[in-house]
Every structure is written in C-alpha cells, then in structure tokens.
Design a protein around this ligand. Structure first.
Ligand SMILES: *[C@@H]1O[C@H](CO)[C@@H](O)[C@H](O)[C@H]1NC(C)=O
Length: 371
C-alpha cells in the first residue's frame, strides 16, 4: 500500500533516529544547573563516546543561549576537524578553553575562567560525527558573593528600650540570608531578640545591660559569605525629661537666690542709709538715749507744771466755754482777762479738750523741730 519512495524515507528516518541512539553519545551526567561565584572558574562537562557507524568528521561546538530570548545564540568555542576555533565571542575570548586540549579523545568539556555575572546563561554542547549528533544543555548562574556587608544599630541603647541590630550586604546575589551571633559573654543572643534572616534585622526588645557585647552578622548566599561586627553597649537610661526638669528647677532656684540676694543687698543699703541719717540726727540734736528719756520726762514735767500753774477758776472758765467759741474766747482772754497767761500755753488745754494728749504736744513740737 505504501509507495516505495515513502517507505524508503520512513526507513531512513528510523535509521537516523536509531543511529542517534547508537552513534555519538554524551556520557557526562545531566547537570541542568551550575552555580558559581563571580571570579571563579567553572568546568562545563561534555564527555562523549563515538560509534563505529559515525563516519563523518568530529565537531564539538559550544553555544551560549542567552537568558534573554531576544538575543541570538552565540557560538563561543568549536573543535572541528582537528582544529580549535575560539575567536567567536569577544566577551569570553581569553577566558574559555577546552578542558582537554584534544577533544577528539572523548572530552569536549570546557573551562570558563574568571566568571562574570554576565556569563549567566544556558550553554549547549553539541557533538557531531555524521550521521551521529547529540547535544546537552547546562544552565550556568554566576552568583556574586556577599560583600561590603555593614552592621549597625538602630534605636536607643538604653536599658529598657527597643533596638534593632541591622545587617546588609551592598553586594551579593539573591538569595542572601543573614545570621547574627554574639561573640562575647554568654555568646547567646538576647532572650528578647527576634531574628529575621531575610532582612538581617535582629530586633531586641526591652534591652538590658547584659545584652552588651560584640555581635557579628554573617551574610551568606550559595556562593559565599561575608561578615561584619558591631558593639552593643546598653547603658542606664538618661532621663531626658528629668534632666530638663532639673535644669529648669535649677535655673529657677538660681534666679530666686539671685533675687533674694539683690533684695537683701538693697535692704541692707537702705537700712545703712537710714541708720546713718538717724545716727547723724541723734548725734547732732538729741542726747544719748538715756538722757533722751529723762528729757522727755522733764518736758512732761514742765508741761504739767505749766498746766498746774493755771488756777481752778481759770480752768472753770475754760470748761464753761463752748467748744465752737474756743478760739475767740481764747483770743479775748489772752488779750484781756489773763494778760499773764501766754497764748501758746492757752492752746494746750484747748487741745486737751479736743481729745489730744497735752503731754505730748511739746515733745511733738520738739520732734517736729528735729525733722
Ligand atoms: C524589662 O526587663 C526588666 C528586667 O530586665 C523587667 O523587670 C521588666 O519587666 C521588663 N519589661 C517589659 C515590658 O518586659
């Protein structure tokens, strides 16, 4: 039923596929993914066996299939008919070579030296010896080791406060993980601490002084580690509010003291001035205190004597005189009835009748003279 040409085609196809399995065979273990650090060297394996039915010349070709699908495949190294061609890919020209200088012996593996992150991609090894042909792919990821890792503390380092030990690498491929350790004392992380390995944060609640010490953070990804150190020094709290209150109170007290001193100073000066004046007066006009009292008595005595000198009849006359008429009568009397009675002395009884203390009058007048 099947036409002979088609049967021949099918037969040749079958032969081809059978030949593939029978002919060239890549023997290196399938290793879909390789991760290496930047700067390191990688060997991409591609060992093979040949079959007697493969008669053509041997070609071993390495192709880079970029992760970006838009970029075209790039041949990077080739062995063809006993010759090595390595002048394809500028970016890798000096860094790629066959691991075995004679690949025809069955080793088409390559070494890539001084890896760069841009070397990341899928590498395909293709071994051809017609009609046999086989290929294998390896995914290479060039990772950057964690580097320039910084440790620092965020928050107050006072007892009772919450703080965070922070750790961050400025370089390094994902996935980075961080771990904190304490190097001094009990070498145990604070009981109240919580570690986030992804962010590098070690949260410490209610800090206490025994948490003080040297801590280290180790940042790690699959290709390397980097560490940093920080010293935590938990100190007793400095009560800011208390300090401010203290300062304010202190200032107020100081001002009060100053005001008091100024007041005292002024008072003393005033007193001194007054004393000086009084002293001056006493010295000039009034005899010493003892004699002064005696003088006062003498004045009173003299007053009494002057009053006593008035006769009862005279007094009666004064008593009869209505208060409102006193001045005129006094004048009349002083001018007429009692010519011997001095007018100044007449005033005294009048004043006494008006409620004044007659005794004091001369003293007062004396004091008045003083002023
Ligand atoms: C904080 O720690 C001290 C002792 O270190 C403890 O007495 C206190 O209760 C703690 N406070 C809180 C809020 O956990």
């Amino acid at each position: 039923m099947v036409p002979p040409p088609l049967a021949a085609l099918l037969g040749s196809l079958l032969l081809c596929c059978a030949g593939l399995t029978k002919g060239v065979k890549i023997t290196s273990a399938v290793q879909p993914m390789v991760e290496k650090a930047q700067g390191e060297k990688v060997t991409l394996p591609c060992t093979f066996t040949l079959a007697p039915e493969d008669q053509g010349p041997l070609d071993v070709e390495w192709i880079l299939i970029p992760t970006d699908n838009q970029k075209k495949e790039q041949t990077i190294l080739m062995y063809s008919v006993d010759r090595i061609y390595n002048d394809y890919y500028e970016a890798m020209k000096e860094r790629v070579r066959f691991t075995n200088s004679d690949p025809k012996l069955g080793d088409g593996s390559i070494d890539i030296l001084n890896l760069k992150s841009t070397d990341t991609g899928t590498y395909q090894c293709k071994v051809k010896k017609a009609p046999g042909v086989e290929s294998q792919k390896i995914q290479l990821t060039v990772l950057v080791k964690p580097a320039r890792t910084k440790c620092y503390i965020e928050g107050s380092q006072e007892t009772g406060s919450d703080l965070i030990l922070k750790c961050a690498s400025q370089e390094g491929s994902p996935l980075l993980s961080y771990n904190w350790r304490k190097l001094t004392g009990t070498e145990e992380l604070p009981a109240t601490s919580l570690l986030n390995k992804d962010t590098g944060e070690l949260s410490v609640k209610n800090a206490s002084q025994e948490y003080s010490g040297t801590y280290t953070c180790v940042a790690a990804n699959r290709v390397g580690t980097d560490e940093c150190f920080v010293v935590l020094n938990v100190t007793p709290p400095i009560n800011a509010a208390g300090t401010i209150a203290g300062a304010v109170i202190g200032t107020l007290l100081g001002l009060l003291l100053l005001a008091f001193l100024i007041f005292c100073c002024c008072k003393k000066r005033k007193e001194k001035k007054y004393e000086k004046e009084v002293h001056h007066d006493i010295r000039e006009d009034v005899p010493p205190p003892k004699s002064r009292t005696s003088t006062a008595h003498s004045y009173i005595g003299s007053n009494r004597s002057s009053l006593g000198s008035m006769s009862p009849s005279n007094m009666e006359g004064y008593a009869k005189t209505p208060y409102n008429k006193v001045p005129s009568e006094d004048f009349e009397r002083s001018s007429g009835q009692n010519p011997n009675f001095p007018p100044s002395k007449v005033a005294a009884p009048n004043l006494s009748r008006m409620g004044a203390v007659p005794v004091m009058i001369p003293a007062q007048s004396k004091d008045g003279s003083i002023v």
